[in-house]
Design a protein around this ligand. Structure first.
Ligand code: CP
Length: 309
């Protein structure tokens, strides 16, 4: 199986076997078993939206593989300010780098970039659409916390999603990827922030058992994984609607009294109040460890698309 030269735009483009191949490469990265680049390789990071984890873990991953990094974290310092289009920006940057990582507020922007560029393009998040590399690290985290996940004969994991499921792109990507594995999905949100219909239809077509609810207390005791996402304030067209749902869900340590011992709470981060800090001190909190897995997973992705493995 070769990924050399491939783009990473949507998890919907990946089969179960390809996902497992990426996770196997991430395990090698973690053990320090990935080779280093023997020729100079350059990664361009083009971040038109704020990021801490995605950009820095990609940069760390590239440097650990022996590559170098160029790019920007603030598009206001680029010729975008003069009116240059995304297409033209990509056509320029492809001359400067061997792989491009892009984050952009517009859905479909990563696909557009991939059409414009010859080198591999990796989607670091396009609007409310997709965040595929986060999904690979989320799956890696699920395997770490539940090592028998996906193994033959194992009962399905019951995985809850809590929060802004409408705009939370990590939920969209992860739920689609999970359709390749035995699991039951529970979507918990205020009604106005429910999972988009087109994602539900994909899950239904793939035969995934799904439940929807509004109150986490009704479901939390049955879960193996609880995946929490923040309100995506920047994606609300109507700030009054944001104010209406702000604070609608807050996970606190006291709500974990009767949960399964092996419940693990994941969150792509940043959190902005939807998990109180007392949860951090429980054995269920896994979100900071999860973020750390971004480096080996992104090492694996870079090594694969650049033909290193
Ligand atoms: N999980 C994630 O995408 O975090 P950043 O926005 O900090 O990159």
């Amino acid at each position: 199986m070769s990924f050399a030269g491939s783009d990473v735009i949507s998890v919907a483009d990946f089969s179960r076997e390809q996902i497992l191949h990426i996770l196997a490469a991430a395990e090698k990265a973690e053990r320090g078993q990935l080779p280093m680049f023997t020729s100079r390789k350059v990664m361009a990071v083009l971040f038109f939206e704020p990021s801490t984890r995605t950009r820095l873990s990609f940069e760390s991953a590239m440097q650990r593989l022996g590559g170098t990094v160029i790019g920007f974290a603030d598009a206001s310092s680029t010729s975008t300010r003069k009116g240059e289009s995304l297409f033209d920006t990509i056509r320029m940057v492809e001359n400067y780098a061997d792989v491009l990582v892009i984050r952009h507020p517009l859905e479909g922007s990563a696909r557009l970039a991939a059409e414009a560029a010859s080198p591999p393009v990796i989607n670091g998040g396009d609007g409310a659409n997709q965040h595929p590399t986060q999904t690979f690290l989320d799956l890696f985290a699920i395997r770490k916390t539940h090592p028998r996940f996906g193994a033959a004969g194992e009962p399905p994991l019951r995985i809850g999603f809590l929060g802004d499921l409408k705009y939370g792109r990590t939920v969209h990507s992860l739920s689609i990827a999970l359709s390749h594995f035995p699991c039951e999905l529970v979507f918990i949100s205020p009604p106005s922030l429910a999972l988009p219909r087109h994602i539900k239809e994909i899950l239904t077509d793939r035969g995934v058992a799904c439940v929807e609810g509004e109150r986490v207390e009704q479901h939390i005791d049955s879960l193996d994984i609880l995946y929490v996402v923040r309100l995506q304030k920047e994606r609300f067209a109507d700030q009054l609607e944001y104010e209406r749902v702000r604070g609608a869900y807050v996970l606190q340590a006291g709500m974990l009294a009767r949960v399964k011992p092996n419940l693990r709470i994941l969150h792509p981060l940043p959190r902005v109040g939807e998990i109180t800090t007392d949860v951090d001190r429980t054995p269920h909190a896994y979100y900071f460890a999860q973020a750390g897995l971004g480096v080996p997973v992104r090492q694996a992705i870079l090594a694969l698309v650049l033909g290193l493995v």
